[in-house]
Design a protein around this ligand. Sequence first.
Ligand code: BGC
Length: 584
Amino acid sequence: MTIADDTSQTPEQVADPAPVATTPGGDEWWRSAVIYQIYPRSFADANGDGMGDLAGITARLTALAELGVDAIWLSPFYRSPQRDGGYDVSDYCDVDPIFGTLEDFGRLQERAHELGLRVIVDLVPNHTSSEHAWFEEALAAPEGSRERARYIFRDGRGENGDVPPNNWESVFGGRAWTRTARPDGSPGQWYLHLFDESQPDLDWSNPEVRAEFVRILRFWLDRGVDGFRVDVAHGLVKEEGLPDYAKPLTGGSMGGAGVPLTPEIEAEAAQEPPTPPYWGQEGVHEIYREWRRVLDEYEGDRMLVAEAWVDPLPKLAKWVRPDEMDQAFNFAYLETPWEGPALRRVIADSLSAFGAVGAPSTWVLSNHDVVRHASRLALTAENPQGAGIGPNSDGKPIPDLGIRRARAASLLMLALPGSAYVYQGEDLGLPEVIDLPDEARQDPTWYRTGGERYGRDGCRVPIPWEASAPAYGFSPTGRTWLPQPEEWAELARDAQQGVPGSTLELYRRALELRREHGLGRGAIEWLPGYSEQVVALVVGEVTVVANTGETPVELPAGEVLLSSEPLSEAALPADTTVWLRVSG
Ligand code: BGC
């Protein structure tokens, strides 16, 4: 094996953990699946109103089958006033008219299944919309009533009850409590909302709430869905007595969880980090055990994936113990900077933490809540998760560096054993849209922080399909609910299709090779002898080398299967990943 020519580090300094076996357990499809996230508002608009819809998705599904993914996950398309992009659900068992009808969903699912794509839908159990019938009944009902007991209503503190029941803050900014008014107009009780005030938290200690969500699970399972992505899966249960949080929530959109595993953090993670009284409470596990039993009644490996911003990784692994969920999003991986040591550490920690409970690791770099990785990996200043980037942000991304690193990071991710998530448009190399006009922004974070945090609109801009069509093929009328940048013509899918070296072809070929070589399953083995900034590993018969440093790295002799940048001779340039079949 050749040695990296960056001699600033000795091999001793880059000693890596022992090889780790992974993808334990059976042969269920989700253990190694590549799952494509569709954000329905922004994927494809068939009826021309500027908002994506289910018929639009159905019409575009062949593109995803051609890309080579195994499944799609649809962010919420249920009835909703859209105060939080559909994560504010007013009816869990119906489709919002802006997206279509239940029949449209049936056609989408049928088409997906014909194409060999599984379908995962989003479940939002932590809160409903304030326009959900239950909440409307609760507001109309007296204090202490059965209707109110489905949510978390409390009297205020202070003489007139005008101090909120505790000091909890909303993830989107501002306090997590809103005061109600009595029928005579006088101020009444407060209700809890960890997110927007239009998203009241349910009380999961109430058996009626539990029964209702089992009913909702069955509603979609009976219709044939293959799984559920569970929103805020760390938040359903709150600590008894709702005590003040000694360290109020600041910064990160999901509560500051998922901290990258630097050596300092590693030391800290050896002890359990403080748990806020609303995240990661033990009581959530009992709920998922019940759901597991429900899913197991159905044929065909139906799955649950947790969106749980919990760290460290061994704690997150509790969500995927054999009698609970199947996967959890690996946000520790998403939040890891493009740096060799941190990447090696998080890969090893992920495989060992999830492997210890018999679950596959997942890998994810982008989604509808974070700055797209084609921008995030080249930011020049700290950017707390959920803050977003806008015209006045410090440390805007370096454009060419961002896409170069994103391609390298994606190629590394797609080689790792376990299940990988791809967010719509990352396969086109889309960057975060930074210069959205203020009046176009819709994320509640933007409003609740008075513009201090831009929020997540920049990763939700409707995606481009055809370079020369109106709205780049997103909508036949050219309407789009968020404006698309002019530069996106050259990133449109048809402008990249079949073009050697395009990001789309990189993803397509990576998925083809991943399948051919069974990369999603098996074990990794670290390759010794490279410098600190190089991640070098073998999966099956494929050698993967990612160079996060500045110095070119000499490569072993062999056949280049795929590279994130053109290679000259046998050297791997900075910010590049290669897949090789080493000779001999
Ligand atoms: C979803 C967000 C949403 C929040 C509240 C999250 O985890 O991914 O988009 O705003 O939950 O439902």
